[in-house]
Ligand binder design. Structure first.
Ligand SMILES: Nc1ncnc2c1ncn2[C@@H]1O[C@H](COP(=O)(O)OP(=O)(O)OP(=O)(O)O)[C@@H](O)[C@H]1O
Ligand SMILES: [Mg+2]
Length: 255
Protein backbone atom coordinates (compact mmCIF):
# COMPACT_ATOMS: atom_id res chain seq x y z
CA UNK A 1 0.00 0.00 0.00
CA UNK A 2 1.50 3.30 -0.98
CA UNK A 3 0.80 7.02 -1.39
CA UNK A 4 3.14 9.39 -3.21
CA UNK A 5 3.51 13.03 -2.17
CA UNK A 6 5.44 15.75 -3.98
CA UNK A 7 6.76 18.51 -1.72
CA UNK A 8 6.47 21.57 -3.92
CA UNK A 9 6.53 25.35 -3.99
CA UNK A 10 6.40 28.19 -6.45
CA UNK A 11 9.77 29.80 -5.88
CA UNK A 12 13.02 28.36 -4.61
CA UNK A 13 14.33 28.38 -1.07
CA UNK A 14 10.98 28.01 0.71
CA UNK A 15 12.21 24.94 2.58
CA UNK A 16 11.09 22.03 0.39
CA UNK A 17 14.19 19.91 0.97
CA UNK A 18 14.21 20.61 4.71
CA UNK A 19 10.49 19.79 4.86
CA UNK A 20 10.75 16.62 2.75
CA UNK A 21 13.28 15.08 5.13
CA UNK A 22 11.50 16.33 8.25
CA UNK A 23 8.11 15.01 7.14
CA UNK A 24 9.80 11.80 6.03
CA UNK A 25 11.37 11.22 9.42
CA UNK A 26 8.15 12.06 11.27
CA UNK A 27 6.07 9.78 9.03
CA UNK A 28 8.68 7.04 9.43
CA UNK A 29 7.51 6.62 13.03
CA UNK A 30 4.37 5.05 11.61
CA UNK A 31 5.07 4.10 7.99
CA UNK A 32 7.78 2.68 5.82
CA UNK A 33 9.00 5.85 4.09
CA UNK A 34 11.08 6.45 0.95
CA UNK A 35 12.36 9.93 0.14
CA UNK A 36 13.51 10.69 -3.41
CA UNK A 37 15.45 13.75 -4.55
CA UNK A 38 13.42 14.50 -7.66
CA UNK A 39 15.01 17.96 -7.95
CA UNK A 40 17.42 16.46 -10.47
CA UNK A 41 18.81 19.78 -11.74
CA UNK A 42 19.55 21.34 -8.34
CA UNK A 43 19.76 18.32 -6.07
CA UNK A 44 20.28 19.02 -2.38
CA UNK A 45 19.07 16.08 -0.31
CA UNK A 46 22.54 14.55 -0.28
CA UNK A 47 23.87 17.58 1.62
CA UNK A 48 21.00 17.49 4.12
CA UNK A 49 21.30 13.77 4.80
CA UNK A 50 25.06 13.10 4.99
CA UNK A 51 25.12 11.40 1.59
CA UNK A 52 27.47 13.64 -0.36
CA UNK A 53 30.08 10.89 -0.76
CA UNK A 54 27.88 8.14 -2.15
CA UNK A 55 28.79 6.61 -5.46
CA UNK A 56 25.45 5.84 -7.09
CA UNK A 57 22.64 8.39 -7.19
CA UNK A 58 19.39 8.97 -9.05
CA UNK A 59 21.39 10.55 -11.90
CA UNK A 60 23.02 7.20 -12.74
CA UNK A 61 19.66 5.47 -12.47
CA UNK A 62 17.97 8.03 -14.76
CA UNK A 63 20.87 7.69 -17.21
CA UNK A 64 20.19 3.95 -17.39
CA UNK A 65 23.55 3.12 -15.84
CA UNK A 66 22.41 1.60 -12.53
CA UNK A 67 19.38 -0.19 -11.12
CA UNK A 68 17.36 1.88 -8.66
CA UNK A 69 18.22 -0.45 -5.77
CA UNK A 70 21.84 0.75 -5.96
CA UNK A 71 20.78 4.35 -5.29
CA UNK A 72 18.70 3.58 -2.18
CA UNK A 73 20.40 4.32 1.17
CA UNK A 74 18.91 3.44 4.56
CA UNK A 75 19.35 6.57 6.67
CA UNK A 76 17.51 8.07 9.66
CA UNK A 77 14.90 5.31 9.61
CA UNK A 78 13.98 5.94 5.97
CA UNK A 79 15.08 4.85 2.52
CA UNK A 80 16.70 7.86 0.87
CA UNK A 81 17.40 8.16 -2.87
CA UNK A 82 19.77 11.10 -3.31
CA UNK A 83 20.58 12.74 -6.62
CA UNK A 84 23.97 13.90 -7.87
CA UNK A 85 24.84 17.53 -8.40
CA UNK A 86 26.91 17.56 -11.59
CA UNK A 87 25.68 19.24 -14.73
CA UNK A 88 26.95 16.27 -16.73
CA UNK A 89 24.87 13.90 -14.60
CA UNK A 90 21.79 16.04 -15.15
CA UNK A 91 22.34 16.16 -18.92
CA UNK A 92 22.63 12.38 -19.15
CA UNK A 93 19.57 11.75 -17.02
CA UNK A 94 16.39 10.92 -18.88
CA UNK A 95 13.57 12.52 -16.83
CA UNK A 96 10.93 10.07 -18.02
CA UNK A 97 12.74 7.23 -16.25
CA UNK A 98 11.57 8.72 -12.95
CA UNK A 99 8.26 6.97 -13.68
CA UNK A 100 9.92 3.56 -13.46
CA UNK A 101 11.91 4.56 -10.39
CA UNK A 102 8.76 5.60 -8.54
CA UNK A 103 6.88 2.54 -9.81
CA UNK A 104 9.62 0.18 -8.61
CA UNK A 105 9.89 1.80 -5.18
CA UNK A 106 6.10 2.02 -4.83
CA UNK A 107 5.99 -1.76 -4.65
CA UNK A 108 8.06 -1.86 -1.46
CA UNK A 109 7.14 1.17 0.67
CA UNK A 110 4.10 2.90 2.26
CA UNK A 111 4.88 6.55 1.64
CA UNK A 112 7.03 8.15 -1.05
CA UNK A 113 8.04 11.80 -0.70
CA UNK A 114 9.41 13.53 -3.80
CA UNK A 115 11.53 16.59 -3.12
CA UNK A 116 10.59 18.76 -6.08
CA UNK A 117 12.18 21.55 -8.12
CA UNK A 118 10.92 25.07 -7.63
CA UNK A 119 9.96 26.16 -11.10
CA UNK A 120 7.52 24.44 -13.43
CA UNK A 121 9.49 25.21 -16.58
CA UNK A 122 10.64 21.82 -17.88
CA UNK A 123 9.77 18.13 -18.09
CA UNK A 124 12.06 17.21 -15.24
CA UNK A 125 10.57 19.99 -13.10
CA UNK A 126 6.89 19.14 -13.51
CA UNK A 127 7.20 15.35 -13.32
CA UNK A 128 7.11 15.00 -9.53
CA UNK A 129 3.85 16.96 -9.39
CA UNK A 130 2.34 15.04 -12.29
CA UNK A 131 3.30 11.67 -10.79
CA UNK A 132 2.29 12.33 -7.18
CA UNK A 133 -1.07 11.44 -5.70
CA UNK A 134 -1.03 14.66 -3.68
CA UNK A 135 1.25 17.62 -3.11
CA UNK A 136 2.33 19.38 0.06
CA UNK A 137 2.84 23.06 -0.77
CA UNK A 138 5.58 24.81 1.20
CA UNK A 139 4.93 28.53 1.53
CA UNK A 140 6.65 31.44 3.13
CA UNK A 141 4.20 33.68 4.93
CA UNK A 142 3.97 36.36 2.27
CA UNK A 143 1.35 37.22 -0.34
CA UNK A 144 3.76 36.65 -3.29
CA UNK A 145 4.60 33.19 -1.92
CA UNK A 146 0.88 32.40 -1.61
CA UNK A 147 0.33 33.54 -5.16
CA UNK A 148 3.18 31.32 -6.43
CA UNK A 149 1.82 28.41 -4.42
CA UNK A 150 -1.61 28.85 -5.99
CA UNK A 151 -0.06 28.45 -9.42
CA UNK A 152 1.46 25.18 -8.29
CA UNK A 153 -1.94 24.06 -6.97
CA UNK A 154 -3.58 24.98 -10.27
CA UNK A 155 -0.95 23.06 -12.19
CA UNK A 156 -1.29 20.02 -9.94
CA UNK A 157 -5.06 19.87 -10.16
CA UNK A 158 -4.85 20.09 -13.96
CA UNK A 159 -2.99 16.77 -13.81
CA UNK A 160 -5.34 15.19 -11.30
CA UNK A 161 -2.95 15.64 -8.36
CA UNK A 162 -4.69 16.78 -5.17
CA UNK A 163 -3.40 19.09 -2.46
CA UNK A 164 -2.72 17.27 0.82
CA UNK A 165 -2.03 20.47 2.69
CA UNK A 166 0.08 23.55 3.01
CA UNK A 167 3.03 24.14 5.26
CA UNK A 168 4.09 27.63 6.27
CA UNK A 169 7.84 27.85 6.81
CA UNK A 170 10.26 30.46 8.09
CA UNK A 171 7.58 32.24 10.06
CA UNK A 172 8.72 35.14 12.23
CA UNK A 173 5.54 37.10 12.96
CA UNK A 174 2.83 35.16 14.81
CA UNK A 175 0.15 37.77 14.24
CA UNK A 176 0.77 38.15 10.52
CA UNK A 177 0.70 34.38 10.05
CA UNK A 178 -2.82 34.21 11.48
CA UNK A 179 -4.05 36.66 8.87
CA UNK A 180 -2.19 34.95 6.05
CA UNK A 181 -3.22 31.46 7.12
CA UNK A 182 -6.86 32.56 7.17
CA UNK A 183 -6.51 33.86 3.62
CA UNK A 184 -4.70 30.71 2.55
CA UNK A 185 -7.52 28.51 3.89
CA UNK A 186 -9.85 30.26 1.50
CA UNK A 187 -7.76 29.58 -1.60
CA UNK A 188 -5.94 26.33 -1.01
CA UNK A 189 -7.65 22.99 -1.18
CA UNK A 190 -5.67 21.30 1.59
CA UNK A 191 -5.58 22.26 5.23
CA UNK A 192 -2.71 24.10 6.93
CA UNK A 193 -0.60 21.23 8.24
CA UNK A 194 1.72 23.33 10.40
CA UNK A 195 3.48 26.62 10.84
CA UNK A 196 7.26 26.22 11.09
CA UNK A 197 9.18 29.06 12.72
CA UNK A 198 12.29 30.68 11.28
CA UNK A 199 15.01 29.07 13.37
CA UNK A 200 18.78 28.96 13.57
CA UNK A 201 18.41 25.28 14.50
CA UNK A 202 17.23 24.51 10.95
CA UNK A 203 20.37 26.04 9.48
CA UNK A 204 22.55 24.28 12.05
CA UNK A 205 21.02 20.93 11.05
CA UNK A 206 21.84 21.61 7.42
CA UNK A 207 25.43 22.54 8.33
CA UNK A 208 25.71 19.28 10.28
CA UNK A 209 24.39 17.39 7.21
CA UNK A 210 21.56 15.97 9.27
CA UNK A 211 17.81 16.20 8.86
CA UNK A 212 16.27 18.57 11.41
CA UNK A 213 14.47 15.74 13.24
CA UNK A 214 17.74 13.88 13.73
CA UNK A 215 19.71 16.97 14.72
CA UNK A 216 17.22 18.58 17.12
CA UNK A 217 14.11 16.39 17.48
CA UNK A 218 12.64 18.43 20.34
CA UNK A 219 13.27 21.89 18.91
CA UNK A 220 10.30 24.16 18.08
CA UNK A 221 10.65 23.76 14.29
CA UNK A 222 10.89 19.95 14.71
CA UNK A 223 7.71 20.03 16.84
CA UNK A 224 5.96 21.74 13.94
CA UNK A 225 6.96 18.97 11.56
CA UNK A 226 5.78 16.25 13.97
CA UNK A 227 2.47 18.11 14.06
CA UNK A 228 2.38 18.39 10.25
CA UNK A 229 2.99 14.66 9.85
CA UNK A 230 0.20 13.77 12.25
CA UNK A 231 -2.18 16.10 10.37
CA UNK A 232 -1.34 14.31 7.13
CA UNK A 233 -3.67 11.37 6.76
CA UNK A 234 -2.01 8.95 4.41
CA UNK A 235 -4.43 7.40 1.91
CA UNK A 236 -2.55 4.42 0.65
CA UNK A 237 -3.46 3.07 -2.76
CA UNK A 238 -2.96 -0.53 -3.81
CA UNK A 239 0.77 -0.87 -4.66
CA UNK A 240 0.49 -2.74 -7.95
CA UNK A 241 -2.20 -0.38 -9.27
CA UNK A 242 -0.15 2.66 -8.22
CA UNK A 243 2.96 1.23 -9.89
CA UNK A 244 1.03 0.66 -13.12
CA UNK A 245 -0.25 4.21 -13.04
CA UNK A 246 3.29 5.57 -12.76
CA UNK A 247 4.65 3.43 -15.54
CA UNK A 248 1.98 4.68 -17.92
CA UNK A 249 1.89 8.34 -16.79
CA UNK A 250 1.86 10.82 -19.65
CA UNK A 251 4.57 13.42 -19.23
CA UNK A 252 3.74 16.90 -20.50
CA UNK A 253 6.03 18.15 -23.28
CA UNK A 254 8.52 20.89 -22.64
CA UNK A 255 6.71 24.15 -23.12
N1 LIG B 1 12.46 27.31 9.24
C1 LIG B 1 13.69 27.69 8.82
N2 LIG B 1 14.45 28.51 9.56
C2 LIG B 1 15.67 28.90 9.16
N3 LIG B 1 16.24 28.50 8.01
C3 LIG B 1 15.54 27.67 7.22
C4 LIG B 1 14.22 27.23 7.56
N4 LIG B 1 13.77 26.40 6.58
C5 LIG B 1 14.76 26.35 5.65
N5 LIG B 1 15.81 27.11 6.03
C6 LIG B 1 17.08 27.29 5.32
O1 LIG B 1 16.78 27.88 4.07
C7 LIG B 1 17.60 27.33 3.04
C8 LIG B 1 16.68 26.76 1.96
O2 LIG B 1 16.01 25.63 2.51
P1 LIG B 1 15.74 24.35 1.61
O3 LIG B 1 16.97 23.96 0.91
O4 LIG B 1 15.03 23.35 2.43
O5 LIG B 1 14.71 25.02 0.56
P2 LIG B 1 14.23 24.51 -0.86
O6 LIG B 1 12.85 25.02 -1.05
O7 LIG B 1 14.44 23.05 -0.98
O8 LIG B 1 15.23 25.27 -1.82
P3 LIG B 1 15.45 25.01 -3.40
O9 LIG B 1 14.26 25.60 -4.08
O10 LIG B 1 16.72 25.73 -3.69
O11 LIG B 1 15.53 23.52 -3.59
C9 LIG B 1 18.50 26.30 3.71
O12 LIG B 1 19.73 26.89 3.99
C10 LIG B 1 17.76 25.95 4.98
O13 LIG B 1 18.64 25.56 6.03
MG1 LIG C 1 15.48 21.93 -2.38
Amino acid sequence: MVEVFAVASGKGGTGKTTSTLALGMALAAEYDVTVIDADTGMANILFHAGLSDVETTLHEVLAGNAPVEEAVYRRFGMDVVPCGTSLGGFREAEPGRLRDVVATLAERTDVILLDSPATLGSRSAVLPIVLADRIVVVLQPTIPSLSDGLKVQEYATTYGTDVAGILFNRVTDDEAIDRIATKAQRYFEGETLAVVPESETVRAARRASEPLLAHAPDSPPAESYWEAASALTVRPGESAAVADRFRSAVIPDDS
